[in-house]
Design a protein around this ligand. Structure first.
Ligand code: E4P
Length: 226
């Protein structure tokens, strides 16, 4: 499972890519608008920060298929590198996905709440589908099960589209979609430390350091190898 960071905040992205194996950045209009900065410079700055190899997902805002297609073309040219255009799983979105796919632009179908939205998006040419786990849970649906169903459907029909689960609040949700075979998750920057933190790990490290210091004082490995 690949890990992607779900933010447009440059400091948070910088921290995430420095400390964790992050495969890319996802944004959406809400995430972008939180930064209160010039859209064009912001996405350029994100691309510069993460380099050309990591994925950068940027969502269209057009209100019909034609606008979405034009935005997808313009964004691909402007953002460059490993770019994915995010297109919502609505009727105009599916129409846009089919055209954008024909143009060779990579697609993440987004705002997905049902298994059939995911399957239709895959058939329309999406490379990733992004189901919203917490928002499903909040509707008393089962976000993890919806993700598991999508993985199974894609396996059943030998579909290459990958599930990029989004909208996470807890480490447990992230863990459970991993068990379901989810291909990628996009999580907010804070969740990276939540999913990897355990007090016993810190306790063990403190213990190792104390034992080392008892034997070798302040000398570290590099001092002793001189
Ligand atoms: C992903 O790109 C989604 O837009 C995002 O994860 C939604 O998360 P939220 O439900 O926390 O807003």
């Amino acid at each position: 499972m690949q890990y992607i960071v779900d933010t447009a905040n440059l400091d948070s992205i910088k921290h995430a890519i420095e400390f964790y194996p992050v495969a890319g950045v996802t944004t959406n209009p809400t995430i972008i608008s939180r930064e209160r900065s010039d859209f064009a410079s912001l996405i350029k700055d994100i691309r510069k920060l993460i380099g050309n190899d990591k994925m950068l997902h940027v969502q269209v805002t057009g209100s019909n298929a034609e606008e979405m297609i034009e935005e997808a073309k313009a964004l691909k040219d402007y953002v460059g590198g490993n770019f994915y255009v995010k297109i919502p799983a609505i009727a105009d979105g599916f129409k846009a996905m089919m055209a954008v796919h024909e143009l060779g632009i990579k697609i993440t179908a987004t705002a997905i709440f049902t298994q059939q939205q995911a399957l239709i998006s895959a058939r329309a040419g999406a490379d990733f589908v992004a189901p919203y786990v917490s928002r499903l849970d909040n509707l008393t649906s089962d976000g993890v099960q919806v993700v598991a169903d999508m993985v199974q459907m894609f396996n059943n029909f030998d579909i290459k589209t990958q599930v990029l689960a989004a909208s996470f609040k807890t480490a447990e949700q992230v863990h459970k979609v991993a068990l379901a075979g989810c291909h990628a998750v996009t999580i907010n920057p804070e969740l990276f430390s939540t999913i990897t933190y355990h007090p016993m790990t810190n306790y063990a490290v403190d213990d190792f350091n104390a034992d080392w210091e008892n034997a070798y004082g302040k000398d570290k490995i590099l001092d002793l190898l001189k």
